[in-house]
Design a protein. Structure first.
Length: 303
């Protein structure tokens, strides 16, 4: 069976519950403070493991990140590829308002210092047909795309968060791109979500694409078909949106690694992402697969 190799970020999340998210120049008093394991890479690895995939995570932590590795290992993620470096582990400062919406500031820390020997070890240890998953929170994303493609791996990129490097990556070597509305516009250069989707499909017809739109569901394009489609969103009571996207990505990748069709696995991934919004925190909010299947049975996701 194929394996998921996640060369990804690990973060310590400092979460502040506020009445509303602070605007420019405004000071808002926090009603509650909590600390959680997080980081897009960590969250996605744990979600994929909970969904049944074999996952090995490669990344870097500082002296303050040991508990993140322990948390991942307890969830069934392979952690031998995580190295300890001098300096501080990546961290995030997150505001959560009463509607469950969030605002996040990330400090890269050791996530931006993953050594080349770790990167090359991850790729050289891969087998043809394995998946390599990347987020935009680590160093050398463009280089890893090329290395993974040359090694015969299927490269998946979750372009989050989008930055100035977004348009520089060689997406012709990306098997699957996962973006939200802002990220789609950033990489395509288009001003509307619909135009961004069409532009990416036209520009990279050999790249599978998933565009998530929050409460409006998602659009997708898969090469084998070719096929374009859309899914609605599950109806849930939102508490905290922080882990929704990462949970979605992890469950999506697990299904693909295990050989499921993208159209089918998107339904499961959408249910998982929706459930993650119903509880606080990032990694601790990721649901188990039986919870996901229960929601799928309860609600018929509109297409």
């Amino acid at each position: 069976m194929a394996r998921l190799i996640n060369i990804g970020s690990l973060c310590i999340d400092y979460v502040y519950t506020v009445s509303h998210i602070a605007s420019v120049g405004e000071t808002v008093a926090s009603e509650q403070v909590a600390v959680f394991p997080g980081g897009k890479g960590l969250n996605q690895s744990i979600a994929a493991a909970k969904a049944g995939a074999e996952v090995d995570h490669f990344g870097a932590i500082g002296a303050d990140g040991a508990e993140l590795v322990e948390f991942m290992a307890a969830a069934g993620v392979g952690v031998d590829g995580i190295v300890n470096l001098p300096g501080r582990t990546g961290h995030a400062v997150i505001q959560i308002d009463h509607e469950g919406q969030n605002s996040i500031v990330i400090a890269g820390g050791t996530n931006r210092e993953i050594p080349q020997k770790i990167i090359h070890g991850a790729i050289t240890g891969a087998k043809k047909g394995d998946w390599v998953l990347l987020q935009n929170e680590t160093n050398d994303v463009g280089n890893i795309i090329e290395l993974g493609s040359r090694a015969g791996c299927k490269v998946a990129v979750n372009l989050a968060p989008a930055d100035d490097n977004a348009q520089s990556y060689n997406y012709a070597h990306v098997h699957l791109l996962i973006v939200n509305e802002l990220e789609a516009k950033a990489v395509s250069g288009c001003s509307s979500v619909s135009a961004a989707f069409d532009n990416l499909v036209a520009t990279y017809p050999e790249m599978n694409l998933v565009l998530t739109m929050g409460g409006d569901g998602l659009r997708y394009y898969q090469v084998e078909g070719p096929l374009q489609g859309a899914l609605g969103a599950y109806a849930v009571s939102v508490v905290d949106e922080t882990a929704a996207g990462d949970t979605f990505v992890g469950y999506l990748m697990a299904g693909l690694v295990q050989g499921a069709s993208m159209a089918d696995v998107l339904i499961e991934a959408s249910a998982a992402g929706a459930l993650a919004t119903t509880r606080p925190g990032a990694a601790p909010a990721i649901p188990e697969s039986d919870e996901v299947h229960a929601l799928m049975a309860e609600q018929n996701l509109p297409r």
